[in-house]
Design a protein around this ligand. Structure first.
Ligand code: PEP
Ligand code: MN
Length: 337
């Protein structure tokens, strides 16, 4: 962190401020200028309250050099984090695919889809049981019954299950029935929920908020990790822009940026990013080519009659065909899918 002081601050005031900062365990190097002096802070500046410093009458400007996230930061953890879920790995250099419907609709539906996506090479089953819908009148999910159907599908196929939590009130049910807990875009900054997820030992798939920056996503990961749960998978799922043709705009640049800034695995959701089934294959290819550690794709046995997100869901046949092409892209990049 660099602190630029106002013009003509007296030497004794500079010393007093430097000593105050040193009392937090941070080293301070002072460069005295003719008019304006500069303090260079070295060490763990995450303990410093930037806003308080900016309000100090001696201070002109504060510039952060180090990112505000620590546990998620690649600087302090140069190797990629590899997350083990049952016999599967995410982040080991290969690419994984999580597939399944937006919502669990019945036991038969989820088991049928699970078998089909597994046969096409998916490693995880997705399916929403608690749905964060824009309208309170839309289908809200089968809730606990949905978690039980997911568990049955997991037992029938051996696929680990990924599903979204919307409230910490249901956390115990998730711990019992689910392999990876998804935090949806709408809850990315539900800090109370993130803190609760920090206390558990279950991998978390954290989706980027609709209008969140990359740094905000990493700060949300930090909330979970600061509590002790370091198994976080980041997910780019498109952000809001002025474009209305697609449901969101897939920020492909977030993949290399996140992988540069953080050691956590990064996956991409081309379904929610585009809102159109016909675009899912193209953007999946792009995401794998950009170095994503995996994809989460919506697949439905009967998209026109899906209870949610049918328009963006692939049929099992379309999924099978896309997987064949994605495997070739991954292979061209020296990876397996
Ligand atoms: C979902 O995965 O079904 C979902 C609601 O995603 P998002 O939180 O990215 O909108
Ligand atoms: Mn959905």
């Amino acid at each position: 962190m660099v602190i630029v002081l106002k013009n003509n601050v007296a030497k004794k005031d500079i010393e007093e401020l430097s000593n105050k900062i040193r009392s937090y365990g941070v080293d301070v190097k002072v460069t005295y200028g003719e008019n304006c002096s500069i303090l260079g802070l070295v060490g763990d500046t995450s303990v410093i309250n930037q806003e308080h410093l900016e309000m100090d009458e001696r201070v002109e400007r504060v510039m952060r050099v180090q990112e505000p996230f620590k546990k998620a930061n690649r600087k302090f953890h140069p190797d990629n984090s590899v997350i083990r879920i049952k016999d599967k790995l995410i982040g080991d250099g290969n690419a994984v695919v999580i597939a399944g419907p937006c919502s669990v609709e019945s036991e038969d539906q989820i088991i049928e889809i699970a078998k089909k996506v597994k046969a096409s090479g998916a490693s995880f089953l997705r399916g929403g049981a608690y749905k964060p819908r824009t309208s309170p009148y839309s289908f809200q999910g089968l809730e606990l019954q949905g978690l039980r159907f997911l568990k049955a599908a997991s037992e029938a196929t051996g696929l680990p299950v990924v599903t979204e939590i919307v409230s910490s009130r249901t956390l115990d049910l998730f711990l019992e029935n689910v392999d990876v807990i998804q935090v949806g875009a709408r809850n990315m900054q539900n800090f109370d929920l993130l803190k609760e997820l920090g206390k558990v030992r279950k991998p978390i798939l954290l989706k980027r908020g609709l209008s969140s920056t990359i740094e905000e996503l990493l700060m949300s990961a930090e909330y979970i990790m600061a509590g002790g749960n370091e198994d976080v998978i980041l997910c780019e799922r498109g952000i809001r822009t002025f474009e209305t043709y697609t449901r969101n705009t897939l920020d492909l640049s977030a993949i290399p940026v996140l992988k540069k800034l953080s050691h956590l695995p990064v996956i991409v959701d081309p379904s929610h990013a585009t809102g159109h089934a016909w675009m899912v294959e193209s953007l999946s290819k792009a995401a794998i080519a950009c170095g994503a550690d995996g994809l989460i794709i919506e697949v439905h046995n009967d998209p026109p009659h899906a209870k949610s997100d049918g328009k963006q869901s692939l049929t099992p046949e379309e999924f099978e065909s896309a997987m064949g092409k994605l495997r070739k892209i991954a292979e061209a990049d020296g990876r397996k899918l």
